[in-house]
Write a protein that binds this ligand. Structure first.
Ligand code: E4P
Length: 225
């Protein structure tokens, strides 16, 4: 399973890359807006930090087909790591259908239902970004049913670019656990959620206990020497 970090902060991308387990980065206009840096510049900095072969998603802003097509063509040329993000709209689907046969890799974003995931898969998306947090925020409890169905769909049928289901809009480690359970190929999560994955009170207690036992054994050996 691939783990992406959902951020436009260079510090967070650096830190997550140092752990050696981050397979990619997802950005979006809201995340970039917080950083107060030009979009292209920041995306290129992220590509350099993560290194070759890691997927870096950069999103189109233009909603209309013609402008989105031009924007997607441009973004695709920024760096070999780039996956162009387009929303699940008729324009986004048409842009993917037009450019994916030419080798442009797409992350289709803002997917909330299985029919939407099907359209993105058929249009040639590489990643199907299903937003679970925004659905769970509404208290519907159905978010992972869509993810599970989409995983079944991509494992059952052939699509142009062998799409992978990407669990996005993650708010808690529990949602990552759920993503693993239903067999999602990728999860993207904010840096602070990835950090939380390390923690367990029994790990902390175990380290403390091992250190204490070891020190006691050393003291005992010294007394008996
Ligand atoms: C995914 O690619 C998106 O950037 C992200 O997960 C959106 O999450 P949000 O619902 O927290 O904005």
């Amino acid at each position: 399973m691939k783990l992406f970090v959902d951020t436009a902060s260079l510090d967070e991308v650096k830190r997550a890359s140092e752990w050696g387990l981050v397979d990619g980065v997802t950005t979006n206009p809201s995340l970039i807006a917080r950083e107060n840096v030009p979009y292209r510049k920041r995306v290129l900095e992220i590509c350099d930090v993560v290194g070759p072969g890691k997927a870096v998603s950069a999103e189109c802003i233009e909603p209309e087909f013609d402008k989105m097509l031009a924007e997607a063509r441009d973004i695709a040329k920024w760096h070999p790591n780039i996956h162009v993000k387009v929303p699940l709209t008729p324009a986004g689907v048409e842009v993917m259908a037009r450019l994916s046969p030419q080798g442009v890799r797409f992350n289709c974003t803002l997917i909330f239902s299985l029919p939407q995931a099907l359209l993105a898969a058929k249009a040639g998306a590489k990643f199907l970004s299903i937003f679970v947090g925004r659905v769970d925020d509404m208290g519907s409890g159905e978010a992972f049913k869509t993810v599970e169905d989409a995983v079944d769909m991509v494992n059952t049928y052939e699509f142009p670019n062998q799409p992978e289901v990407l669990v996005a809009s993650v708010r808690s480690p529990l949602q990552i656990v759920e993503a693993v359970r239903v067999g999602a190929q990728i999860t993207t999560a904010p840096f602070k959620i990835l950090e939380e994955l390390f923690h367990h009170p029994l790990t902390d207690a175990g380290i403390e206990r091992f250190a204490k036992d070891y020190q006691e054994a050393l003291a005992h050996a010294a007394r008996n020497a």
